[in-house]
Design a binder for this molecule. Structure first.
Ligand code: PLP
Length: 283
C-alpha cells in the first residue's frame, strides 16, 4: 500500500510522522475525504474549496494549488490501483516543540492515503442502516473539518455498541448531523428536510450536490432544523457523505422509519446521485 507524506509516495510501513507533530499532540490540523468512482474523483473541486476554507480558518497556508492537489490525488489512486473508494488527505501545522501558540517556520505536515471501498454496490444501500441519537458534544466551529474528532469517535462507538452504523448528534432537541455524514429526513408530505448551513454543522459536499440535483428535479426542499421526534415520525430518512453518497436509514433509536425499508424517494435520490457521479461531466 502506497501513501503520500510530505512530498513523497512511499510504502505505508515507511511513512513516519514525528511524535512532536501538532496533529498528534493537539489535533491541530484539518482534513478532507473525497469519493472515487469509476476512477474519477467525485466533487473534488468542492472538497478542495472546503479544504482551502478550513485551512484559512485555522491559519495554515495551503501547501498546494488545486492543480497540484488533484495531480497528487490521482497519482496516489493510480499507484494503489484504486478506482472505487475514498481518498483521505490532511494537513497539520507541522512539527515543533510543544507549545500551544503557533510555531514559527514549521512546515505543514501533509498526509494522504486511499481506502478501496464499494460505493455504488454497497450492501448497506440495499438494506438501509440503523442510527442512534446522542448528545452533540462538539465545539462551536463544526464548519471547520478539524482532525479533532473525539466527540465523533465516542458517538460512533456508542452507535456500534447499540448495533447501529451511525450516530445522529442532537443539540437543544434538534439533530445537527451524523458523526461523519449529513442528516436528512423526508416528511410524510414528501419534502426533504435538512438543517441549514451554519457553524453548527459541516457544510457537506455531498449534501450540496444532492440539494442542487433535487432542485433541478423540482423535488421540494425545506432547509430547516428538525427534532428527534420529527425524525421518528418521518416517512424516510437518509444520510449523505463522500464515501457513501446517499444511504437509506431504516431505524432511529430502534424505531422503524416509514415501513422500515429504504424509502422510494431516498432510492431515487441515490440513483440521481450515482448517475451524476458516473456522468462524464462529474468531478
Ligand atoms: N458531517 C460530518 C461531521 C462529517 O464528518 C462529514 C464527512 O466526513 C459529513 C458531514 C459529510 O460531508 P461530505 O459530504 O463532504 O463528505
Amino acid at each position: 500500500r502506497i501513501v503520500f507524506l510530505n512530498g513523497s509516495f512511499l510504502p505505508i510501513e515507511e511513512a513516519k510522522v514525528s511524535f512532536m507533530d501538532r496533529g498528534f499532540l493537539f489535533g491541530d490540523g484539518v482534513y478532507e475525504g473525497v469519493g472515487v468512482l469509476g476512477g474519477r474523483l467525485i466533487d473534488n473541486e468542492a472538497h478542495l474549496t472546503r479544504l482551502e476554507r478550513s485551512l484559512r480558518e485555522i491559519r495554515i497556508s495551503n501547501p498546494y494549488t488545486r492543480e497540484e492537489w488533484t495531480r497528487l490525488q490521482e497519482e496516489l489512486a493510480r499507484r494503489n490501483g484504486m478506482t472505487e473508494g475514498f481518498i483521505y488527505f490532511q494537513v497539520t501545522r507541522g512539527v515543533a516543540e510543544r507549545d500551544f501558540v503557533f510555531p514559527e517556520g514549521a512546515a505543514p505536515t501533509v498526509a494522504m492515503f486511499t481506502q478501496a471501498k464499494s460505493i455504488a454496490n454497497a450492501p448497506a444501500a440495499e438494506t438501509g442502516i440503523a442510527v442512534i441519537t446522542v448528545p452533540d458534544l462538539r465545539w462551536e466551529r463544526r464548519d471547520i473539518k478539524s482532525i479533532s474528532l473525539l466527540a465523533q469517535v465516542l458517538a460512533k462507538q456508542a452507535a456500534k455498541e447499540a448495533g447501529a452504523q451511525e450516530a445522529w448528534m442532537v443539540e437543544d432537541g434538534y439533530v445537527t448531523e451524523g458523526g461523519s455524514s449529513s442528516a436528512f429526513i423526508i416528511t410524510k408530505s414528501g419534502s426533504i428536510v435538512v438543517r441549514p448551513l451554519s457553524n453548527a454543522i459541516l457544510p457537506g459536499v455531498t449534501r450540496r450536490s444532492l440539494l442542487q440535483l433535487s432542485r433541478e428535479k423540482g423535488i421540494v426542499l425545506d432547509e430547516r432544523r428538525f427534532t428527534v421526534e420529527e425524525a421518528y415520525d418521518a416517512a424516510e430518512a437518509f444520510l449523505t457523505s463522500a464515501s457513501n453518497f446517499v444511504l437509506p436509514i431504516v431505524t432511529i433509536d430502534g424505531r422503524s422509519i416509514g415501513d422500515g425499508k429504504p424509502g422510494p424517494l431516498t432510492k431515487r435520490l441515490r440513483q440521481l446521485y450515482l448517475e451524476m457521479a458516473l456522468s462524464p461531466a462529474a468531478g
